[in-house]
Design a protein around this ligand. Structure first.
Ligand code: TXA
Ligand code: MG
Length: 328
């Protein structure tokens, strides 16, 4: 029943929440001004922050943007999956979706339910993460219901998202391409795939003057992905373990349960991101554990950057950095 409700909402310029392999998305027709307006309104999203357009495959992407050799190559390897490409926009997509930019963000989601909905409606779906602006992205249906309350649209429950963090956003409109948002597909992996160097967002800022580079990815600028409880972020575990915490007001979040915790902290509230510290598990649980910490209603969440064991942890550290209020 929910599936039919979602399809009918979408066909009538409405919105609904769909599961994706990254995070849940607040979906509406990307070719309906009305639906797009509803998405911005429900999220409380500033109109200068563009949306991602979701399609079934690279072939259908061609109706909405100018694809190229690199997008073809990357889509062949990573679509359907957690890689969003920025490409020059065609007029078939209203400018409200792209926040007035000449490009659009486009990806093909892998979750079978999202794909089934795309097949049924037959038009592209704009879908930002289904959370109020700047809050934690939802990785299960209940997160969405919890954060939107009475104004929650119909939610299609597809279980826990398998990646748990948002897609990698890669800008293909520049030379070299630029990673605008780190995600499950790492910079190194893309470089190996396309056989050329790409820039991180920071590198791109260093090489281009501000005037020549008007707000490339507005979502990069703002504080994002933050729980309600303030977050104190430590640069390493030693610093965290040496800090004088308060048992009543502090909660500590650690990578995995095999970490040896100093005696002094043994009776403190501690939550773990994973069993074994593998990045896939950490990513999958990242927002879930931050939400759990939030629910405990302490004064301060404390956590520490991951040592960059492999390139993928970079995306996790990126999210933690954006969630934090104080760095130590
Ligand atoms: O995994 C995901 O990407 C999820 C699922 C639902 O697909 N969606 C998602 O959407 O995270 P959202 O709206 O929360 O994040 C989209 C990001 C924002 O940072 C936005 O600024 C950027 O993509 N973006 C969208 N269009 C852009 C464009 N034309 N140029 C540069 N950045 C763009
Ligand atoms: Mg988002």
């Amino acid at each position: 029943m929910t599936f039919e409700n979602c399809v009918s909402e979408l066909e009538n310029d409405g919105v609904c929440v769909l599961p994706s392999e990254t995070v849940y998305g607040l979906a509406g027709s990307a070719i309906s001004e009305k639906a797009v307006k509803k998405i911005f309104h429900l999220k409380g999203r500033p109109p200068n922050n563009p949306l991602i357009v979701h399609v079934l495959n690279h072939e259908s992407a061609k109706d909405f943007c100018h694809t190229n050799r690199l997008s073809e190559l990357l889509a062949a390897s990573y679509w359907p999956g957690p890689l969003t490409l920025i490409l020059p926009k065609k007029n078939s997509i209203p400018t409200s979706v792209s926040a007035g930019l000449g490009s659009i963000a486009i990806r093909s989601p892998a979750h079978p339910l999202f794909r089934e909905v795309l097949k049924n409606v037959g038009f592209p779906l704009a879908a930002p993460s289904a959370n109020p602006s700047n809050k934690l992205s939802p990785t299960q249906a209940n997160d969405v219901i919890e954060s939107f309350g009475d104004s929650c649209p119909v939610v299609l429950d597809g279980g826990a998202c398998s990646y748990g963090i948002e897609s990698t956003v890669l800008d293909l409109t520049t030379k070299p391409p630029v990673i605008l948002r780190e995600g499950p597909v790492s910079k190194l992996e893309i470089e190996e795939k396309i056989g050329q160097k790409i820039n991180s967002f920071k590198e791109s800022l260093a090489t281009i003057s501000k005037e020549a580079n008007p707000l490339k990815s507005p979502g990069q600028m703002s504080k994002h992905y933050a729980p309600n409880t303030p977050v104190r972020l430590f640069s390493n575990l030693d610093k965290l373990f040496r800090f004088k915490f308060d048992k009543d007001s502090d909660i500590i979040l650690l990578s995995h349960s095999n970490i040896r915790v100093p005696k002094l902290l043994e009776n403190f509230s501690i939550l773990y991101f994973s069993k074994n510290g593998e990045w896939k598990d950490v990513a999958k649980n990242l927002y879930k554990v931050l939400r759990e910490a939030d629910r405990l209603g302490k004064k301060q969440i404390n956590l520490c950057l991951f040592r960059n064991l492999n390139d993928e942890f970079s995306a996790i550290n990126d999210r933690l950095t954006r969630a934090c209020t104080i760095s130590i």
